[in-house]
Design a protein around this ligand. Structure first.
Ligand code: HEC
Length: 159
C-alpha cells in the first residue's frame, strides 16, 4: 500500500516538473484548479494575486471574471488570454488600447496600466488562470523577464 502511495507521489512530483500533474492528484487546499498541482513558487503568489484581483480588476472584469460583453472582456475562459499568458502579463503591466476579439466578441475600450511590477502582474495572472473555471496553468517571472515596463504617464489614473 505504502509503496503504491510513494510511487504515485513520485509520479506526481515528476508531473509538477513537467507542469502537468495527472488527474489522479488531489487539488491543494485553497487551490481550485482542476486537479493540476502548481509549483510552490506559483502557489506562494496566489494570495497576492487574489488580493490584486479583488482590489483592482473586479470593477471591470467582474467578481467571477466574466467581464461585461463588448465593454470589458472576460478573464474567465478567455480564448485570447489563454492563447498568450505573457501577453496578458504585459497588458496588465502596461495597459492595452487595441481592438481585440475575445470569445468571438470585439472589445475596443482602453485598459490603463493596472500594476507596476512584474511580480504583481504575474501573481494576478496566475490567480486568474486558476480561478473562474479556468483550467489552470501558470506563468513564471522568468518567462516574462523580457517584458519592458513602459513609463507610467501622468494621466494613468489607476496606478
Ligand atoms: C477600468 C477597467 C479595467 C480594469 C480595472 C482592468 N481591466 Fe483588464 N481590460 C479592460 C479593457 C477595456 C480591456 C480591453 C483592452 C483593449 O481592447 O485593448 C481589458 C483587457 C484585459 C486583458 C486582455 C483581454 C482578455 O480578456 O484576456 C487582460 C488579460 C486583462 N484585461 C487583465 C486585467 C487584470 C489582471 C486586471 C487587474 C489587475 C485588469 N485587467 C483590470 C478593462 C479593465
Amino acid at each position: 500500500m505504502e509503496r503504491i502511495a510513494n510511487l504515485s507521489l513520485s509520479v506526481c512530483v515528476a508531473g509538477i516538473i513537467l507542469s502537468s500533474c495527472g488527474s489522479g492528484s488531489q487539488p491543494e487546499a485553497g487551490q481550485k484548479a482542476a486537479g493540476v498541482s502548481l509549483p510552490a513558487e506559483i502557489k506562494a503568489m496566489m494570495p497576492k494575486g487574489e488580493e490584486i484581483f479583488k482590489t483592482k480588476c473586479i470593477i471591470c472584469h467582474q467578481p467571477n471574471g466574466t467581464g461585461v460583453e463588448f465593454i470589458f472582456p472576460p478573464l474567465a475562459n478567455s480564448d485570447y488570454l489563454l492563447a498568450d499568458k505573457s501577453r496578458a502579463v504585459a497588458q496588465t503591466l502596461n495597459g492595452s488600447k487595441i481592438e481585440m476579439t475575445v470569445n468571438g466578441k470585439k472589445y475596443t475600450q482602453e485598459m490603463t496600466p493596472q500594476v507596476n511590477t512584474k511580480e504583481d502582474a504575474v501573481a494576478v495572472i496566475n490567480y486568474v488562470l486558476n480561478n473562474f473555471g479556468n483550467k489552470g496553468g501558470f506563468i513564471t517571472l522568468e518567462e516574462v523577464k523580457s517584458i519592458e515596463i513602459k513609463p507610467r504617464s501622468e494621466t494613468d489614473q489607476l496606478r
